[in-house]
Design a protein around this ligand. Structure first.
Ligand code: REX
Length: 427
């Protein structure tokens, strides 16, 4: 059964929505963090600190096996890179360009999708540090009349608890036609927000986690309003230049990736249909929610710096890590995901999905070990699920295998509900 078939049958919509429905514990977890730690929580935190200091060695053979599986399952190419205190481990399988058959390589640039959300959050948290923005203030205070409810705060937006509908649900209900309809379009942020506001809100402000790209479009608007400069300038001045990220760009609305890059290949919904080269696009539908271009090396540098406390104040980094529960193994902070792996280690970063590319970029609690893995296809839930195994190999090493007997299978990735795709159990 293909992803398309399953989606058409509506099997997944309900299941994914059930996973995303945020239960009361989400708020409870956040309140616990806000209101001081219980003994159990303090113990969990110290155990986490011990684990971070002594992570199992990465399993490079396992990592390579995961990439090979992803290629067997339909990704033209797959790469993974681990950076740990100056030591680099990298693996690449398959091809970056189906036209020339050029092999996939660690240095290839690619579209990082929602990993962009952490960049946007960092810009905003730096503005908090500078006293120009307050997390618990209404978005409308900074952008009068933008949102239909003054109770929606900056924190709600950055933690996906605004209740603002995700306009990409409609946009990409049909994968290839949806993509082709926006491939060369240029939207303003406000046009995207207005697409969202055509729909009822998904919940009360602050009540529940409900993933929505709209939130980080609002984030981009806030950054531009408060600084009087473009988001491209803010990414460059605040992140790219200080960290010397030589392969990180925000070229919106240009459609080309600069320099050497992996081409992206979108998987159509229809079983058996050929991959669509989706490399060139404005990514205007995502902008500050998903349009950055980067490399594995730069993303590893970025997350190591962030968790290592080099991009924001300590207080802001703590705010970014006030977690709202997503499901059993995942939580969301402010533009930051936390995933707990089978060996008990938690990792911090973000996932990304834009047409033709899936990215996983995560680091350890102390920022010392970072992994970025990517494939140059998307809309292939089997591949997406397989690639989760790169986190297991990188942070749990062989412990991941001995515990579960195989790479763990998580059936759904947390992406916007209507664009989530079905997965088959990994081979
Ligand atoms: C857009 C559709 C999915 C992709 C999306 N992407 O919301 C954001 C993102 C920017 O990166 N989210 C990640 C398309 C997962 C995150 O926040 O962690 N799918 C595709 C469809 C399905 O069109 N009909 O797979 O390329």
């Amino acid at each position: 059964m293909t992803a398309g078939t399953l989606r058409r049958n509506g099997v997944f919509g309900a299941a994914v929505l059930a996973l995303l429905a945020v239960p009361a514990p989400a708020v409870a977890e956040e309140q616990a963090v806000a209101g001081g730690r219980s003994a159990t929580q303090a113990q969990a935190v110290s155990q986490e600190a011990v684990r971070a200091a002594a992570l199992p060695a990465p399993d490079l053979a396992g990592l390579r096996a995961v990439l090979r599986s992803a290629v067997r399952q339909g990704a033209p190419g797959a790469t993974a890179r681990i950076d740990e205190r100056g030591t680099v481990r990298k693996e690449a399988v398959g091809i970056a360009d189906r036209g020339t058959n050029r092999a996939a390589a660690d240095a290839d640039r690619f579209r990082i999708g929602s990993v962009t959300k952490t960049f946007t959050a960092v810009v905003l948290l730096q503005l908090v540090d500078e006293g120009k923005l307050k997390l618990d203030t209404s978005v409308n205070r900074y952008l009068p009349g933008l949102l239909p409810d003054d109770k929606i705060t900056v924190r709600h937006v950055l933690s996906h608890r605004s209740g603002l509908y995700d306009y990409t649900n409609d946009m990409f209900a049909k994968t290839v036609p949806g993509f082709e309809a926006v491939r060369t379009k240029k939207f303003t942020y406000r046009q995207l927000v207005n697409l969202s506001l055509r729909h009822p809100r998904t919940g009360r402000p602050g009540a529940a986690y409900s993933y929505s790209n709209t939130n980080f479009v609002v984030g981009g608007l806030l950054a531009e309003k408060l600084t009087g400069r473009t988001i491209a300038t803010e990414y460059r001045k605040r992140i790219v230049e200080p960290l010397k990220l030589r392969d990180t760009f925000y070229v919106h609305p240009d459609t080309a990736l600069p320099g050497r890059y992996a081409r992206g290949y979108l998987t159509p919904d229809e079983a058996g249909a050929g991959l669509v080269d989706s490399t060139r696009q404005t990514v205007s539908w995502a902008q500050s929610a998903g349009a950055v271009i980067s490399t594995a090396k730069d993303l590893n540098t970025f997350y190591s710096a962030l968790l290592g406390g080099r991009l924001t104040s300590k207080k802001s980094l703590t705010e970014m890590q006030r977690w709202v529960t997503v499901n059993d193994t995942q939580a969301y902070g402010l533009g930051l995901r936390r995933r707990t792996l089978t060996c008990g280690v938690s990792v911090y970063g973000h996932t990304g999905a834009v047409q033709g590319y899936y990215t996983f970029a995560f680091t350890s609690k102390d920022g010392r070990r970072s992994l970025t893995s990517m494939v140059n296809t998307s809309n292939n839930g089997t591949v997406l699920n397989t690639m989760l195994g790169t986190l297991e190999s990188a942070f749990c090493g062989k412990q991941a295998e001995t515990r579960s007997g195989s790479v763990p299978v998580e059936r759904y990735e947390d992406i916007a509900p209507s664009v989530a795709v079905a997965v088959a159990v990994a081979d």
